[in-house]
Design a protein around this ligand. Structure first.
Ligand code: C2E
Ligand code: MG
Ligand code: MG
Length: 249
């Protein structure tokens, strides 16, 4: 109930975590991440409230808001000269169940006049569990419009490698769980294999959750294209992201 009230009162914020090209350090975009600041100034983790929002159906409205907010942000960055910066948004299963979900995304890019290829949808493997063919068809439609698609948290769910080939993907995200111990002897096999798999499939590969230089060095050796993690920057409010971009690009 509190989430519903706070959402109605505009207390949800969209923060941005930079994504960089590993070799050059150039910032190519950001992942949009929800932040819920309650009336007493405390932050509640999305890991806690997203499942609530999904269960209550509120994620539909919140998700719409997130997509529109991300489009506004893309436009705003473009007007400030950062026209090559993309934004990724996370989408949940209930959003896909809605009849006109895909149309609403396309409409958002049109209303805010942003190039479709600057918007990316992050889906997890669980999105496919329901009705894989329905989801694949929806994603093909998204892709036809030029919107980019990333597979998030890859390898942590019920991965079905057979679907991996059927999905119109642009990017594979290597989950933090596999990056964590990557610099320790014998602990990098899964991450290395995912990076290699992505390359073989002609996908861009982005590793998330990089926290130190040893992890970065290992990813460089493996030829991972892109990175996102606290080592580079934590998620931050829109104005700070703009300042970050101004400093780094
Ligand atoms: P995710 O999509 O996998 O997002 C990455 C999470 O990893 C973020 O947590 C981010 O802050 C965190 N992270 C990034 N780099 C590092 C690092 O170096 N170290 C550590 N320890 N953590 C790192 P966050 O913001 O708490 O979000 C948690 C999850 O909540 C997200 O996981 C995503 O599944 C969900 N979420 C967030 N925003 C949205 C949204 O707008 N819509 C939906 N449907 N889900 C969202
Ligand atoms: Mg994500
Ligand atoms: Mg993830």
């Amino acid at each position: 109930r509190q989430l519903r009230t706070d959402f109605a009162e505009n207390r949800l914020e969209l923060w941005y975590q930079p994504q960089l090209i590993l070799e050059t350090g150039k910032v190519i975009g950001a992942e949009a991440l929800l932040r819920w600041r309650t009336a007493d100034g405390k932050f509640i983790s999305p890991a806690v409230f997203i499942p609530l929002a999904e269960y209550s159906g509120l994620i539909i409205e919140i998700g719409d808001w997130v997509i529109n907010e991300a489009c506004k942000q893309i436009k705003s960055l473009e007007t400030k000269g950062f026209d090559d910066v993309g934004i990724s948004v996370n989408v949940s299963i209930p959003q896909f169940r809605r009849e006109n979900f895909i149309d609403s995304i396309i409409e958002a890019t049109e209303v805010h006049q942003v190039p479709a290829n600057k918007l990316e949808l992050e889906i997890t493997e669980s999105v496919l569990m329901d009705e894989p063919q329905v989801i694949i068809d929806a994603l093909v439609k998204v892709k036809e419009k030029g919107i980019s698609i990333a597979l998030d948290d890859f390898g942590t769910g019920y991965s079905s490698l057979s679907y991996l080939q059927k999905l119109p993907l642009d990017r594979l995200k290597v989950d933090r769980a596999f990056v964590n111990d990557i610099a320790k002897p014998g602990q990098s096999i899964i991450a290395d294999t995912i990076i290699n798999l992505g390359k073989q499939m002609n996908l861009k590969v982005i590793a998330e959750g990089i926290e130190d230089i040893d992890q970065e060095n290992h990813l460089k050796l493996q030829g991972c294209h892109e990175v996102q993690g606290f080592y580079y920057a934590k998620p931050m409010p829109a104005d700070e992201f703009l300042a970050y971009l101004s400093k780094h690009n």
